[in-house]
Write a protein that binds this ligand. Structure first.
Ligand SMILES: [Zn+2]
Length: 147
């Protein structure tokens, strides 16, 4: 079924690296105040991801404006507020450039990093924890070691 998986993951790896570089550049541009360039880079990221059918890494996608594609940097290009409603908290992120408002649930976790907020559907199957069979002489072709 998944014979070409290796090739695809290789391509996607490259694309992801590229996306990360572009995002960095966009962040720098936005910090300089060059929103036009930043949003152009953001547009490139989206184009790249759709043309190669690669998902934008979540931590990047979350911090990009859906409307104008500039990176959302709290305090620089975005205003971030934490709203509470009973048990639930959510983040309200407002793009200062175009005024777009993003809301997303925010779960309080013990000590900073909260667990999975949303489903972890990042495409691709989750990596299975591979059993380390080096210890159990399960390697074929390797030099056989006797105790
Ligand atoms: Zn925006």
């Amino acid at each position: 079924m998944k014979k070409s998986r290796h090739r695809k993951t290789l391509l996607r790896d490259l694309v992801r690296q590229r996306i990360q570089i572009l995002y960095q550049l966009a962040v720098e541009a936005a910090k300089r105040g060059d929103y036009e360039y930043a949003s152009r880079l953001g547009g490139l990221i989206r184009e790249l991801s759709s043309s190669t059918r690669t998902r934008i890494p979540r931590r990047i996608k979350r911090w990009m404006c859906k409307q104008c594609n500039i990176p959302l940097i709290p305090g620089v290009t975005a205003t971030v507020r934490l709203r509470r409603q009973g048990k639930f908290s959510y983040l309200v992120i407002r793009c200062r450039h175009c005024g777009w408002i993003h809301r997303r649930p925010y779960k309080k976790g013990k000590g900073g990093r909260s667990g999975k907020l949303e489903r972890t559907g990042e495409g691709g199957p989750p990596r299975e924890p591979r059993r380390d069979n080096r210890k159990e002489g399960g390697n074929e072709g390797g030099p056989r070691r006797d105790r």
